[in-house]
Design a protein around this ligand. Structure first.
Ligand code: PLP
Length: 406
C-alpha cells in the first residue's frame, strides 16, 4: 500500500512552518528527524499525567511509569527482534552505546598488541572511542578500505584478521554517502574468525526492518532522535551471554544490588548498564516512534524513500558542475554532492535562504572525505515526509546558487 503523504505531513507539525518566508523543506534527516504528534503527545502525557521516577517507588505513579518504561523496552526488543528484554540497554544515544562497549568490553578483552577493525566510512562516533581504547591498551586500529563508489572491499577485510583481532565495529549505513554495507556477510566472516561484531545502526533502523537475531549481531546500537523519536535516548543491544560477562561501565544508583562501604554487588541485566535515573520519558517517546513507524509501514517507507532517492539523483545529476558522492549499489536516501568552485558551506547558506535545510561539511566522517580528497559535501538526507516537489525546489535552489557564484 502506498503512503498517504498528505496525512503523513500532517502528522509532523514542524513541516507546516515557514523559514525565511518560504515553505520549509527539511533535508537534514540524517542529523536528526522531525517528530510526529504521537511522539510529542506521548511525552507530554508523561509529564502532565504520570511523571515519577521509576523502579524505586511503591506509589501509584511510579508504578505506572515503571511499567510504561519496561513496556518501551519490550517494544524495542520486538522492533529489532532481540530474544530478551534484558538485552536492550537504554543509553543516551549511539555515541554512548559505542563508548559503553569500548570501555566495558574493551577493558575486559582488549590488551596490548590486539586489534580492532572498523571501516573507512565510519562516523567519528565509531572511530574515536576505539582509537582511545587502543591508546589506553597499546592496541591497534585497522580499517576496511572502500572503492570509489563507496562500497567496502570485503576481500581486503578478510585479510585484516590476525590472532589479535578482538572486535569488528562497522556501520550498517554510512551517514555521509548513504552506502548500505553487507553487515550480515561482515558478521558471518568475523564469526568465522571467532571475532565479535558491533553494528552501528544509527542510519539503518529508520529505513527498514532490523533483525538482530537474523544478522547474528553481537552488539547493535542506535539513537531515538534519528528515527522520529526524542533526543537523549538510544539503545545498545547486546547478546545476553556477552553482556553477562562484561564489567559495569558507569556506576552509581540503579545499577547496584547491594552497597556497603566495604563492597558493592551489581544488579542484573539490563539495569547493571543503566546507572542513574534513565531517560524514561525518552524511552516511552521512542516506543511511540516505533509504533508510528510500524503503523505507517516500514516496507512502504523504504519503497517511498527509494523512489525519492532515484528521483533526486536524476534531478541533481542533470546539473552541470554538480558531482554526487556515494554510488554504492545498495544505498539509502542520502544525496551527498559538491559544486565546482563553491565551498559547501557557502552553498548551504544560500540554499537555506530558499527555506531548504541541508547539511554541509564533513558530516563527522573526516577520514571518508580525505579518502575522496574533498573538504566536505552538501548533504540532502531524505525522509518519508519529503516529496518530489521539495526535491524540485532543491534542484532550483542549487541551480540558482551556481548562477550566483558564477
Ligand atoms: N553513527 C552514525 C552512522 C551516525 O550517523 C551518527 C550521527 O549522525 C552517530 C553514530 C552518532 O549518533 P548520536 O549523535 O545520536 O550519538
Amino acid at each position: 500500500m502506498a503512503l498517504d503523504i498528505n496525512k503523513i505531513r500532517n502528522d509532523f507539525p514542524i513541516l507546516k512552518r515557514q523559514v525565511h518566508n518560504k515553505p520549509f523543506a527539511y533535508f537534514d534527516n540524517a542529523a536528526t528527524t522531525q517528530k510526529p504528534n504521537s511522539v510529542i503527545d506521548r511525552m507530554d502525557k508523561v509529564y502532565r499525567e504520570t511523571n515519577s521516577n521509576i523502579h524505586r517507588g511503591v506509589h501509584y505513579l511510579s508504578d505506572i511509569t515503571t511499567r510504561d518504561f519496561e513496556a518501551a523496552r519490550d517494544t524495542v526488543r520486538r522492533f529489532i527482534n532481540a530474544r530478551h528484554d534484558h538485552e536492550i540497554i537504554f543509553t543516551p544515544g549511539t555515541t554512548s552505546g559505542i563508548n559503553l562497549v569500548a570501555f566495558s568490553f574493551g577493558e575486559r578483552y582488549v590488551s596490548e598488541g590486539d586489534e580492532i577493525i572498523i571501516s573507512a566510512m565510519e562516523h567519528h562516533a565509531n572511530i574515536v572511542p576505539w582509537q582511545m581504547l587502543c591508546e589506553r591498551k597499546g592496541a591497534r586500529l585497522r580499517v576496511i578500505p572502500m572503492n570509489d563508489k563507496g562500497e567496502l572491499l570485503l576481500d581486503e577485510f578478510d585479510k585484516l584478521f590476525t590472532s589479535g583481532t578482538r572486535l569488528v565495529s562497522v556501520t550498517q549505513v554510512a551517514n555521509s554517502i548513504g552506502s548500505v554495507n553487507p553487515v550480515k556477510q561482515i558478521i558471518e566472516l568475523s564469526h568465522r574468525h571467532g571475532v565479535k561484531v558491533l553494528i552501528d545502526g544509527a542510519q539503518a533502523v529508520q529505513h527498514g526492518y532490523v533483525d538482530v537475531q537474523e544478522l547474528d549481531a553481537d552488539f547493535y546500537v542506535f539513537s531515538g532522535h534519528k528515527m522520529y523519536g526524542p533526543t537523549g535516548i538510544g539503545v545498545l543491544y547486546g547478546k545476553e551471554e556477552i553482556l553477562e560477562e562484561m564489567p559495569p561501565y558507569q556506576t552509581g544508583g540503579e545499577m547496584v544490588d547491594n552497597v556497603s562501604f566495604e563492597k558493592t554487588t551489581f544488579n542484573r541485566l539490563p539495569f547493571r548498564f543503566e546507572a542513574g535515573t534513565p531517560n524514561y520519558t525518552g524511552a516511552i517517546g521512542l516506543a511511540a516512534a516505533i509504533d508510528y513507524l510500524e503503523a505507517t509501514g516500514l516496507d512502504d517507507i523504504a519503497a517511498y524513500e527509494k523512489d525519492l532517492l532515484e528521483y533526486g539523483t536524476r534531478q541533481l545529476s542533470e546539473i552541470d558542475g554538480l558531482h554526487l558522492y556515494g554510488r554504492a549499489k545498495d544505498k539509502i536516501s542520502i544525496l551527498s554532492f559538491v559544486l565546482d568552485d563553491i565551498h559547501p558551506f557557502d552553498a548551504g547558506m544560500v540554499i537555506d535562504k530558499h527555506g531548504i535545510a541541508v547539511r554541509t561539511g564533513t558530516h563527522c566522517a573526516q577520514p571518508l572525505m580525505d579518502r575522496f580528497g574533498i573538504r566536505g559535501t552538501i548533504r540532502a538526507s531524505l525522509a518519508f515526509y519529503n516529496t518530489r516537489e521539495e526535491l524540485d525546489r532543491l534542484r532550483e535552489a542549487v541551480e540558482k546558487t551556481i548562477q550566483m557564484f558564477k
